[in-house]
Design a binder for this molecule. Structure first.
Ligand SMILES: Cc1ncc(COP(=O)(O)O)c(C=O)c1O
Length: 332
């Protein structure tokens, strides 16, 4: 299977917004989108997206993982960007239609079908910098993905940046391209200069998240992570891991914490990143101010391993689903 993000199915689901109305959802071939050079999204970044997965269980049944959460997040992103967006029911139907259209191409677990619902402002008007687009395009692109960890699960080297911001205080919860554009330079620089895998953004010492994943620390039966205050993305994997941690008897503390506290606790703790693509990945080393701090013994700790395994078993369909996170594919 190709590198994540580069292989697509031949069909997607799409809908256009014009004259105050969304067109019927339609399955269409994946093909280049013709756009006028003045299209709103190309100038004013009127864009948001989601990332979620559909799985093929051992019994060949197909399910989506927590699509409702991704739909809610897309509705919130669109609202913040003043983008027209289909209603929750239509968004849900679009996900099932997109999966159904390419059902035969969904790999068996640990592979999956990655879904990328995307919403763009398509009005042709470069004078519309300060008002919403009147036209939009919504589509659900899908991509078969292989085992993310085929090469083994290697603990990450993470630079702790106590100056740069990934986003703004109010836009951090919005899944929009601009946030990734803002973070990219820091990540590339950390990779070049420190051989770091990721940057943990901690502006003014406030530990937030990395460019594409939430961050958590586990020590002495406590899981510590930043609360959802609008400055970070409300990760669906974050919520799932927090729920499983509470089920397992860990104390879940959603509170602000500083770089100072993080660096002091790291040698005796476990640290992890969570997100749809990688589920849960251990952090082995923190890089800060010219120093390298090993997290615990530098390997994946027992709680991280246990929570990761539990979530993977629910996602794959191998374990019971006590919280109702799997949603069976609705054949329409
Ligand atoms: C900035 C950021 N934080 C966190 C996450 C994790 O979110 P989720 O678990 O919903 O994939 C992502 C991935 O989408 C992300 O881009």
């Amino acid at each position: 299977m190709a590198v994540f993000g580069t292989e697509f199915t031949a069909h997607m689901v799409s809908s256009d917004y014009d004259n105050g109305q969304w067109s019927e959802l339609a399955v269409v071939p994946v093909a280049p989108i013709a756009m006028h050079p003045a299209t709103h999204v190309l100038h004013y970044a009127s864009e948001c997206f989601e990332g979620l997965k559909a799985y093929r269980a051992a019994d060949e049944s197909i399910h989506l993982f927590r699509p409702d959460r991704h739909i809610q997040r897309m509705l919130n992103s669109a609202a913040q960007l003043l983008l027209p967006v289909p209603d929750a029911e239509t968004l849900g139907r679009s996900l099932h239609m997109a999966v159904q259209a390419v059902r035969a191409e969904i790999p068996t677990y640990p592979g999956a079908l990655y879904l990328r619902p995307t919403l763009l402002g398509t009005e042709e008007d470069i004078g519309a910098a300060a008002r919403p687009t009147k036209k939009a395009l919504y589509y659900v692109l899908t991509s078969p993905v292989g085992d993310y960890f085929a090469g083994g699960l290697k603990p990450l080297r993470v630079k702790v940046d106590d100056k740069a911001m990934r986003s703004t205080p109010s836009f951090g919860a919005v899944k929009t391209g601009g946030n990734y554009a803002a973070a990219m330079r820091q990540v590339v620089q950390a990779r070049q200069e420190l051989d770091a895998d990721q940057v943990l953004f901690a502006p003014n010492g406030d530990v937030q998240e990395t460019g594409a994943a939430n961050f958590m620390l586990i020590q002495d039966k406590e899981l510590l992570t930043k609360p959802l205050d609008g400055s970070i993305l409300p990760g669906v994997t974050r919520d799932s891991i927090l729920t499983l941690a509470a089920d397992a008897g860990l104390q879940v503390s959603e509170r602000n914490f500083t770089v100072e506290e993080l660096l002091e606790r790291a040698p005796h703790a476990e640290a992890a990143l969570t997100g749809t693509a990688a589920v849960l990945t251990p952090v082995g080393t923190l890089l800060h101010d010219g120093k390298e701090i090993t997290v615990g013994d530098g390997q994946m700790g027992p709680w991280s391993a246990r929570l990761r395994e539990q979530l993977c078993a629910i996602q794959s369909g191998a374990a019971d689903d006590p919280h109702g996170w799997r949603v069976s594919l609705q054949v329409g």
